[in-house]
Write a protein that binds this ligand. Structure first.
Ligand code: PEP
Ligand code: MG
Length: 906
């Protein structure tokens, strides 16, 4: 096969370029590009990413054979440009071997420096440089790194430090010195010998002395590091496919450890945390790359300003700073000037914030890497908008570059970063609702409320939550549950509230009776502090301080840009005026779903609701419903008012009635007393409501069909509230939605009840309000017969939670029990309740939209399941031409950005 696998670069020439990142990895492509734009980069070559896959197919021996000729030629190319020779004892060339995938995976894979050394080459280098300390420092670094990365040296016990570090510590202890750089030449030589001995003892093999053998070992080790545990985990988190593979870049070594005129560092063209346009970074004199990140020596700042900020945080005076920790700008002003010019050039070239690595060898600056820098959500927005203002990118590019999901960070309180570093993770659950929360543990909703009223911050810990816990959830800073997936009650409600929630933390053992939770053998009691990170699913012991997220003007500017380009509108799912207002402030253009059931749980309402459920006759039910009516009306009025002028889609009662009755004896007794009946009677009724599959049982429009008086009461409440508002000069725009329809006649009959009631209400009020009647499409049958259903529906709202449940046949509340295995075995790649299954559920939706339009061309279509706030799902909805997506208030900005991106991708 004559396919090219190796691409050289050096001296301003390159066989690759920045566009070739798929083939050369980000690092390889940018090393080539830097050559092409005249930035000093040591010569080298890159082995393509596909070769990594080939390595996994054919193994080490065969891949060496396949690559042999090309690598030999590439090494010769580097030798020519460097005027030195790999393995020579007169004029040796050393190389570094680095990983680099298409997507940046910082620190996840391996690197080997100073490769090509053996005893003879080392002596040759001493003769050439006259600097034995530098040579043996490099040699001991090489043996150590090669031992760890290529030969797989491990600590003897899991808890121990790296075996080589242990040896270094021994030697330093004998001499009473602290820093590696203070080791003498003899000590360094001694370390090399001891390292090799340790390698022989642990692996049974001699350290390879042939530089070419070393090189092949290192290249294959980098391929292997693609499959190390942390790289696999990182890819899973970032959604990077395993098939991509890593490239390997081999470069001539330049040395930052040659003495006081040498250095190495890392720098950013802007602040990655805040987005400020502030060049910043760290460097170390007389050091090599890993020293900067390893944290053994304290790196110094690159700029004076950065150095002053750093000193202020450390409480170091300006005099001490300038004397002991001078910035590069002060200590190496010429090099700094060059560095600053190149970072500006690179940022202008890539038109994005750059994260760069450099080395200064004896007063000469070399760049080893550049990439678009990772950044926080805040920095992402600020940098994008700044770059637009600076004319470096246009508005569309700014929108395309921002990651919708990252906007989340701008909306929720976050843990203090320094405090987080010291905190201990005690268990892990699903990141159900983002943000940070810390408080004292409580186990019951009423306790949460009580503690809150007494001025405590609490975290509610539950096996699972039910709608009855709503008030407790609202009082808590965050919610932790042992069971439940991403669309479990706790997760949905918490997201709606913008409240931090970790759900499905299977390793926690909740004991309601003792008010304890056992996690990994440790028992936490009511009142103990616990902290949750709802963005990662991590749970910490103790109290970690949080700070409120800041909304900057750039965030609004970005959102305004979304409106300029989007076609898909964004509404919100909201059940309270407060949520409606929050969502409106985030730019929601209306309400896509109000779940009326959430309104029944406050004290008096639940009593009347239970009376209604337990009534044995239509009359009894009507009497109880009459009590509920004023409550419902005032709730709807609040929401319609908060969304004045915007559409508000209110759904008729949906969940099975048994969710509203108490299941414990205490509650049943209380209810019996309130209603003046025996507890046995209550129990009998509760039992009669029990169902084997409540999700497929007596719920949705089946309730309204069997008890039309419920639909009647709710219609009265909605339209009555709207009439009152209209009389007050407001502009209410109600929509009434029938849930869980599967058969046209369900909708038809409910519609008749609604229309008849509307007539009555308008006659009584002496005023009319325009309203629409639509339906949820959330059963497969509704999707399959959407053309028929459209004859009666003015709009469709896709309930993708139920539609996913019924299409897959997965219970939305129980998926946590098998999802991890499905993900592990790659049967599923994502949780279908989080990310819309475009190939299955999505096809049903697409078909239903088309069928609906075939009968009613202007039928409005929207999505209101949890997927309405998930970027890839929102994009799918936009691409099939839906009119709006509706999501919880704190996801509105995310959906807006995803929708705008979809329009631009079109
Ligand atoms: C749905 O099923 O997607 C939906 C929005 O309704 P609920 O989650 O209330 O069942
Ligand atoms: Mg539903």
């Amino acid at each position: 096969m004559s396919e090219k696998r190796v691409y050289t670069f050096g001296n301003g020439q390159a066989e690759g370029n920045a566009q070739m990142r798929e083939r050369l990895g980000g690092k390889g492509a940018n090393l080539a590009e830097m050559n092409l734009i005249g930035i000093p980069v040591p010569p080298g070559f890159t082995i393509a990413t596909d070769v990594c896959n080939e390595y996994y197919e054919v193994g080490q021996e065969k891949i060496v054979e396949i690559l042999q000729a090309e690598v030999n030629a590439a090494v010769a190319h580097v030798e020519n440009l460097m005027n030195s020779k790999f393995g020579s004892t007169e004029n040796p060339l050393l190389v570094s071997v680095r990983s680099g995938a298409r997507a940046s995976m910082p620190g996840m894979m391996d690197t080997i420096l100073n490769l090509g050394l053996n005893d003879e080459v080392a002596e040759g280098m001493v003769r050439k440089t006259g600097n034995p300390h530098f040579v043996y420092d490099s040699y001991r670094r090489f043996v150590q790194m090669y031992g760890d990365v290529v030969l797989g040296m491990k600590p003897v016990n899991k808890e121990d430090i790296d075996p080589f570090e242990a040896i270094i510590d021994e030697v330093k202890a004998i001499r009473g010195i602290e820093l590696d750089k203070d080791l003498s030449v003899d000590e360094l030589k001694d370390l090399v010998a001891r390292f090799k001995k340790a390698i022989k003892e642990q692996t049974g093999n001699d350290f390879p002395t042939d530089p070419m053998e070393q090189l092949w070992g290192a290249i294959c080790a980098v391929f292997r590091s693609w499959m190390n545990e942390r790289a696999i985990l990182y890819r899973k988190m970032e959604g990077i496919p395993d098939e991509w593979g890593t490239a390997v870049s081999v470069m001539a070594m330049v040395f930052g450890n040659m003495g006081e005129t040498s250095a190495t560092g890392v720098c950013f063209s802007r602040d990655a945390a805040t987005g400020e346009n502030l060049f910043n970074g760290e460097y170390l004199v007389n050091a090599q790359g890993e020293d900067v990140v390893a944290g053994i020596r304290t790196p110094q700042q690159i700029t004076v300003e950065g150095s002053r900020r750093w000193a202020a945080l450390q409480g170091i005076s300006e005099e001490e700073r300038a004397a002991k920790y001078p910035s590069m700008e002060e200590a190496m002003p010429e090099i700094y000037k060059e560095l600053d010019a190149i970072q500006t050039k690179l940022e202008n070239h890539y038109r994005d914030m750059q994260d760069m690595e450099f080395t200064v060898q004896d007063g000469k600056l070399w760049f080893l890497q550049t990439r678009n820098g990772k950044r926080t959500g805040t920095a992402m927005v600020k940098i994008a908008m700044d770059l637009v203002r600076e004319g470096l990118i246009d508005e569309k590019t700014a929108l395309k570059r921002c990651e919708p999901q990252k906007l989340d960070e701008l909306l929720h309180p976050v843990f203090d970063k320094d405090a987080l570093k010291k905190a201990k993770v005690i268990t892990q659950g699903l990141p159900a609702s983002p943000g940070a929360a810390c408080g004292q543990i409580v186990f019951h909703a009423d306790d949460a409320q009580k503690w809150r009223e007494d001025g405590h911050r609490v975290v509610m810990v539950r096996i699972e939550t039910s709608p009855e816990d709503l008030a407790g959830m609202s009082a808590a800073e965050g919610i932790l549950t042992a069971r439940g997936g991403m669309t479990s009650h706790a997760a949905v409600v918490a997201r709606g509230m913008g409240k931090c929630c970790v759900s499905g933390a299977g390793a926690i053992n909740v004991n309601y009776k003792n008010k304890t939770v056992e996690i990994e053998g440790v028992v936490y009691k009511e009142g103990d502090y616990i902290s949750l990170n709802g963005s990662t699913g991590q749970v910490y012991a103790g109290e970690i301080p949080t700070k409120a997220a800041e909304l900057s003007g750039d965030f609004k500017a970005l959102m305004d840009l979304c409106d300029k380009y989007t076609k898909l509108q964004v509404r919100t799912n909201a059940d309270t005026p407060h949520d409606a207002q929050v969502a409106r402030s985030f730019g929601a253009k209306g309400i896509g779903l109000t779940r009326t059931e959430h309104m029944f749980f406050e004290d008096q309402k639940i009593v009347a609701m239970r009376e209604m459920i337990l009534a044995g006759s239509v009359e009894g039910r009507k009497k109880a419903l009459a009590k509920l009516l004023p409550y419902q009306k005032s709730d709807f009025k609040g929401i319609l008012e908060a969304m004045d002028g915007c559409p508000v889609n209110i759904r008729l009662l949906d969940p099975p009635l048994h969710e509203f009755v108490p299941h414990d004896l205490k509650g049943q007794q209380k209810m019996a007393d309130e209603m003046g009946v025996s507890v046995e009677e209550i129990q009998k009724r509760v039992e009669s409501l029990a169902e084997n599959n409540p999700m497929l049982g007596h719920r949705g429009c089946r309730l309204g069909i069997t008890f039309p008086e419920i639909t009647e009461m709710q219609t009265r409440a909605i339209l009555g509230a709207a009439c009152e508002l209209k009389k007050e000069g407001k502009d209410p725009k109600p929509e009434i939605m029938v849930p869980l329809v599967g058969i046209l006649y369900e909708l038809k009959q409910q519609k008749e009840v609604i229309l008849a009631t509307a007539k009555e209400v308008f006659a009584e009020e002496g005023i009319e309000v325009e309203f629409e009647i639509g339906t949820m499409i959330e059963t497969p049958r509704a999707a399959l017969t959407a053309n028929r259903i459209a004859s009666e529906a003015e709009y469709f709202s896709f309930g993708t939670n139920d539609l996913t449940q019924m299409t897959f046949g997965y219970s939305r509340d129980d998926i946590a029990s098998f999802l991890p295995v499905y993900l592990e075995k790659k049967i599923l790649t994502v949780d279908p309740f989080q990310v819309l299954d475009q190939n299955g559920v999505g096809q049903l939706i697409k078909m239903a939209v088309e069928k609906g339009r075939s009968v009613r061309p202007d039928i409005r279509t929207g999505i209101c399941g949890e997927h309405g706030g998930e970027p890839s799902s929102v994009k799918f909805c936009a691409k099939i031409g839906m009119d709006y997506a509706s999501c919880s208030p704190f996801r509105v900005p995310i959906a807006r950005l995803a929708a705008a991106q979809a329009a631009l991708e079109d």
